[in-house]
Design a protein around this ligand. Structure first.
Ligand code: ARG
Length: 468
């Protein structure tokens, strides 16, 4: 049998393999609610403009509500022979209300319909992710305030560099996630134009009111060019770009949690809630959730790369290749949501071992820069010379397997006669972090102030908005 939605000029139905490659219902069923919402707005506008009768429009709206209930209660039967969600719903509408259902598709095409449905889905996803990233930032900022003064080693090249505080380290991620949210919001602004009414590609001869449907669906305005409206997938690409960068941030943090939780580092531990055991090695506590957050960045970045490749050779306007835009995007944005939830749980669960971190912060001559700075400040040495003198002092200490603060004053003066006992005032890790008071630096007072600032900001935006 030929397709009952478009098979007028077809004598027979498709080959089985044609049906299999063509059908998208296996994944675009996820657009069902957006499809119904879009159809309702469309038919209301058609009636308002006198393009369909008020009775037909009312029957269609009622039928769509009934279909929505069927879908939400799991009673709807999806059919692969009907290809996609748009035709599944329209066909069911015809079964429920009869020929009036055929009026719904006036002045519309599946091309603007799918562009609309997918925009609505991505917009909802962005809004959900924004809230989730905010919740993660809040968990991080709370922990940062608690640990504004907890010293840990800061690394460059994965070598101990200078002491920092654990709170400062966590707030670095709060900054990254703030940029992620800004990227999503920025993408949302450009996404928020309504393609409905572009029809197949050229617009329509019916006197439709695109501003009305745009408004009814929460868009800022209708899209301005019908060709662009049906062939643009920038809104998916931008969202996947933002998702990929966010996934990379999550992955970097996950990697740190994996490292910190090793017995070799011992900087922090996850409770039983976020650890798994090994089936053969009874001693093991594996940070699987962190590893999976790190691992899932692969599929998120993959979805972005995949869609960029799908789009790169497509002439205007719609081509069926574009049906390949959905699975990766659904998977990527849902995976990101799962990763954010898992990371928020881990942040709350993570217990730093402050003693261990502090001991590590003091190892590896991490206060050598403080000593060099002291030589500049107190003896007026040029920084390069101070760097050299400090290097020699480190060598003396290392030869005796001692810390810098364990050298005697005489040993120091043998290298640089100007050094006084005053130097010992800058050599501890606590003193080192306390001295880093430059804006954005790691001094506990700075970190405390920044954490409080973030907490106030995040709590304010999380609070329910007063209704007007
Ligand atoms: N299932 C299609 C998609 O996801 C809907 C649009 C089909 N349009 C068409 N002219 N065949 O892209």
């Amino acid at each position: 049998m030929s397709n009952k939605m478009w098979g007028g000029r077809f004598a027979s139905g498709p080959d089985a393999i044609m049906e299999e490659i063509n059908a998208s219902i296996g994944f675009d069923y996820k657009l069902a609610l957006q499809d119904i919402e879009g159809s309702k707005a469309h038919v209301a506008m058609l009636a308002q403009a006198g393009i369909v009768s008020a009775e037909d429009a009312a029957a269609i709206a009622k039928g769509l509500t009934a279909i929505r209930t069927e879908i939400e209660s799991g009673k709807f039967t999806f059919s692969r022979a009907l290809e996609d969600i748009h035709m599944n719903i329209e066909s069911r509408l015809a079964a429920l209300i009869g020929p009036a259902a055929g009026c719904l598709h006036t002045a519309r095409s599946r091309n603007d319909q799918v562009a609309l449905d997918f925009r609505l889905w991505v917009r909802d996803a962005i809004d959900g992710l924004d809230g989730q990233i905010g919740a993660l930032q809040l968990a991080l900022a709370e922990k940062a305030l608690q640990h504004a003064g907890s010293v840990m080693p800061g690394f460059t090249h994965m070598q101990s560099a200078q002491p920092v505080t654990f709170g400062h380290h966590l707030l670095a991620y709060v900054e990254m996630f703030a940029r992620d949210r800004a990227r999503f919001r920025d993408a949302r602004t450009r996404l928020n134009e309504c393609p409905l009414g572009a029809a197949a590609l050229a617009g329509t001869s019916f006197p439709i009111d695109r501003a009305a449907t745009a408004k009814a669906l929460g868009f800022d305005r209708p899209t301005a060019n019908s060709l662009d409206s049906v062939s643009d997938r920038d809104f998916v690409l931008e969202s996947l770009s933002a998702a990929s960068i966010c996934a990379v941030h999550l992955s970097r943090f996950a990697e740190e949690i994996v490292l910190w939780a090793t017995p070799q580092f011992g900087f922090a531990s996850l409770s039983d809630k976020f650890s798994t055991g090994s089936s053969i090695m009874p001693q093991k506590r594996n940070p699987d959730a962190a590893e999976l957050v790190r691992g899932k960045s692969g599929r998120i970045i993959g979805a972005l790369t995949g869609l960029l490749v799908v789009m790169k050779g497509l002439p205007l306007t719609y081509s069926k290749d574009m049906q390949e835009d959905k699975e990766g995007a659904f998977d990527a944005l849902q995976s990101l949501s799962l990763c954010l939830a898992a990371m928020t749980g881990m942040v709350a669960d993570l217990t730093p071992d402050i003693k261990c971190m502090k001991a590590a912060a003091g190892a590896g001559y991490a206060t050598a820069t403080d000593l060099a700075d002291w030589l500049v400040r107190s003896l007026g040495l040029p920084f390069r010379e101070a760097h050299h003198v400090t290097g020699r002092l480190v060598a003396v200490a290392a030869a005796q397997d001692k810390g810098l603060e364990e050298l005697t004053l005489a040993e120091m003066q043998a290298v640089e006669p100007g050094i006084t006992a005053d130097v010992f005032g800058v050599l501890g890790v606590e003193k080192s972090v306390r001295s880093r008071t430059s804006y954005g630096g790691t001094a506990p007072a700075n970190v405390r102030a920044q954490a409080r600032l973030w907490l106030a900001r995040l709590k304010k935006e999380a609070a329910p908005k007063a209704s007007v």
